[in-house]
Design a protein around this ligand. Structure first.
Ligand code: DC
Length: 225
């Protein structure tokens, strides 16, 4: 049974990699960012996102999160991402969501023969004993371009596109900074993680590279049995 931890920056390709690997091996997959995004979304919907008791309310909503509610489409906005990154600095909230992530692994590991979690602290905190750890990153310009492409907007003027790209770069830089500098479980590669820069790689290339690493080590283990 394999546990695979994938961490990295926003739009680095880690989510697509996790999805592709889960499909390839038939493993269960949890995009852990969606847990933080769901709590952030609930705060916004209930107009509590500027409440003085943000930490208390985040914890309250986190306890109510169901895995079945984690649909990516409506949790995608930059507004939700920004608040998710802010509340992710609360140690009490992280504790609650960490338990949910471990619960996901407990429920699904046997059932599917493997689990893949992607996020920011999977290799360092949630699955420190993972069989494979990957840390995925890419240049900020490339990541912002990927996010812009996902939005599927057709621009009338080149300048509008440049403006939007610039605004995205600023937002993503701020979020990276907060994720990397928070006291509790900051975004850092685990010591034993394979670090991969996807700036010049397609999703297919990345899947090939990672599969090679997994298959290579699996073969060594089987030979030594
Ligand atoms: O992966 P994402 O962009 O959907 O994550 C949104 C935010 O959630 C991210 O900026 C930080 C937080 N997060 C976290 O702190 N730990 C995780 N394991 C996953 C996400």
């Amino acid at each position: 049974m394999l546990k695979i931890a994938i961490d990295g920056t926003a739009a680095s390709g880690k989510g697509t990699l996790a999805k592709n690997l889960a499909q390839k091996y038939g493993f269960a997959h949890l995009d852990t960012g969606l847990l933080y995004r769901k709590v952030a979304s609930d705060l916004i919907v209930k107009k509590k996102d500027t409440d003085n008791n943000l930490e208390y309310l985040s914890c309250k909503y986190a306890k109510e999160v169901e895995f079945s509610e984690l649909k990516k489409e409506y949790l995608r906005s930059e507004k939700i991402a920004k608040l998710a990154s802010l509340i992710a600095t609360y140690p009490k909230l992280r504790k609650i969501l960490n338990l949910k992530q471990k619960e996901f692994v407990d429920i699904n590991l046997n059932k599917f023969g493997g689990c893949i979690l992607d996020g920011r602290d999977i290799g360092t905190k949630i699955l420190p004993n993972a069989d494979f750890k990957f840390f995925i990153d890419a240049s900020i310009e490339i990541r912002a371009k990927r996010r812009l492409l996902e939005k599927n907007i057709s621009f009338l003027h080149e300048n509008d596109e440049k403006c939007m790209l610039h605004a995205l770069i600023v937002k993503m830089k701020n979020r990276d900074k907060l994720d990397r500098s928070r006291f509790e479980a900051p975004l850092v590669p685990a010591k034993d993680a394979h670090i991969i820069d996807t700036s010049l790689m397609s999703a297919e290339d990345l899947l090939l590279v990672v599969t090679k690493i997994i298959e290579g080590r699996k073969n060594i283990k089987e030979k030594n049995k």
